[in-house]
Design a protein around this ligand. Structure first.
Ligand SMILES: Cc1cc2nc3c(=O)[nH]c(=O)nc-3n(C[C@H](O)[C@H](O)[C@H](O)COP(=O)(O)OP(=O)(O)OC[C@H]3O[C@@H](n4cnc5c(N)ncnc54)[C@H](O)[C@@H]3O)c2cc1C
Length: 456
């Protein structure tokens, strides 16, 4: 007879592990199945290792800039082995934390690759398990590669790029979205020769055009060769290098990183047998409570539409199990999920860009302020950072927020929170902000949108 749980979660990434903990909190007997390592790709190969290495690049940059603050220090040296050791330690600490939370919440951890059976059970190896309330699919995504550059050998994906055994001498990064710019910005500052190639005519193409412009300026200052509006062609991987062409020029690098295109990891799930519908994109079709087309089966995170972000996966996990438990839950406003890119300059945003807002027919008002407008920008040494709030004048609603510069990934949250609490730009403009903080520039951008910028 199959072992029975109330809730079985497949995948232990930020979607799956959060879903499991919330399910256990709601009194469900819960198991998590994982085919690789607890914590999912986010903690083991993606978000966390990326940020650990980026942090090293940021500290390095601060040391190099020390002269501007009256400090004389010699040229710092990168001890790449030590960087990788710290990366491993960060991962171990955080994945150990997740394993501890499973224990604390009485969640059973089952090792193996799971799939659904036609009658809705969960198969792991030779064993079958039943879930009385819900099965949550949280198996994340895998890289797809791009035409003409198959992954393998010296052509690597983003996860491999953050785990290189030796400091790379040269890298070509294909795709200047969040992942590509983070890789370029980290390795360039640590001393690699980096070329960043983007087919669209600007870096960070999903961001507001003003943000892309400032980000590109920052990348070039770090020595990154930025090439936009040009596809990569004639990719030829050898044992020690990769050759390629772009817009009439040619390049040769140690590693070519494909930072574009991921697809849902559904290979082992047996979706067709279980009667679970997919969209044309290959993602699993779900409703607002993350229910799939099969009763009692939910899908979350990178398996379903919406931005492929860890915090989106976690929130969906909470909604799914709360729904399965018959609890009151909350809807997700997908456009208002904060987006963060941890390159330098840092980028944080939510909602629509100015162009998208105009196309959507909003009565657009823009409040734009550089960090230099407030004391903190000058004190902390970033006067060029930019805050841009996109409002709709009808009800004073904030329909987009875009920040590029120091701590943008933290600063954006204020606007997201204000919006979630139904605040508009005129409310943010009148909330007292501490002095001297960069958050005062957020308030000033809101005042600019409201028509009464003080420091402008
Ligand atoms: C390089 C990189 C950097 C990123 N940085 C950020 C960032 O800074 N911030 C951010 O928000 N997002 C970031 N992302 C995106 C983020 O990693 C994903 O959105 C997030 O991991 C999705 O979480 P998930 O729970 O859906 O899946 P995952 O984290 O992918 O976890 C899925 C887990 O399921 C397991 N699994 C798969 N199939 C099976 C099976 N059949 N049986 C058992 N187990 C299975 C996998 O082994 C894996 O452990 C980054 C992505 C990449 C590639």
């Amino acid at each position: 007879m199959a072992d029975t749980y109330d809730c079985i979660v497949i995948g232990s990434g930020p979607g799956g592990y959060v879903a499991a903990i919330r399910a256990a909190q709601l009194g469900m007997k819960t198991a998590v199945v994982e085919k690789d390592t607890v914590g999912g790709r986010c903690l083991n190969y993606a978000c966390i290792p990326a940020k650990a290495v980026l942090r090293t690049a940021d500290v390095l940059q601060e040391i190099r800039d020390a002269d501007d603050f009256g400090l004389k220090v010699g040229e710092p040296e990168v001890d790449y082995d030590a960087v990788m050791q710290r990366r491993a330690k960060v991962i171990k600490t955080l994945t150990g934390g997740v394993a501890g939370l499973f224990k604390k919440n009485g969640i059973e951890y089952l090792e193996g690759e799971a799939g659904l059976t036609g009658d809705g059970k969960v198969r792991v190896g030779d064993s079958e398990y039943e879930a009385s309330k819900c099965v949550v699919l949280a198996t994340g995504s895998v890289p797809k590669g791009v035409p003409g550059a198959d992954l393998g050998g010296r052509i690597i994906g983003t996860e491999e790029a953050w785990a290189l055994e030796q400091m790379p001498k040269s890298l070509a990064v294909v795709g200047a979205g969040a992942s590509g710019t983070e890789i370029a910005s980290a390795y360039a500052r640590m001393g690699a020769e980096v070329i960043l190639l983007e087919m669209v005519d600007r870096v960070l193409p999903a961001e507001d055009a003003d943000i892309s412009k400032l980000a590109e300026r920052g990348f070039k200052k770090q020595g990154i060769k930025v090439v936009t509006g040009t596809p990569v062609e004639n990719v030829e991987a050898g044992d020690a290098s990769v050759k390629f062409t772009y817009g009439g020029e040619s390049g040769e690098v140690e590693w070519l990183v494909i930072a574009a295109g991921r697809g849902p990891d559904v290979g082992a799930l047996g979706l067709d047998d279980a009667g679970i519908e997919r969209l044309d994109s290959g993602l699993i079709k779900v409703d607002g409570a993350l229910r799939t087309s099969r009763d009692g089966v939910y899908a979350i995170g990178d398996l379903v539409p919406g931005p492929a972000l860890a915090h989106k996966a976690s929130d969906e996990g909470i909604i799914a199990v709360e729904d399965a438990a018959g609890e009151k839950t909350h809807p997700i406003e997908y456009p208002d999920i904060p987006r963060a890119t941890f390159c330098t300059p840092n980028v944080g945003s939510f909602g629509l860009t100015e162009e998208q807002a105009k196309e959507a027919g909003h009565d657009v008002v823009v409040g734009k302020v550089q960090y230099g407008a407030v004391g903190a920008g000058t004190v902390y040494g970033d006067r060029t950072g930019l805050i841009k709030i996109i409002g709709d004048t009808k009800y004073g609603e904030m329909i987009g927020g875009h920040i590029v510069g120091t701590r943008a990934t933290e600063l954006i949250q204020e606007l997201v929170n204000a919006k979630a609490l139904e605040g508009g730009y005129s409310e943010v403009a009148r909330i007292i902000h501490g002095h001297p903080t960069l958050s005062e520039a957020v308030m000033e951008a809101a005042r600019a949108a409201d028509g009464w910028l003080i420091h402008g």
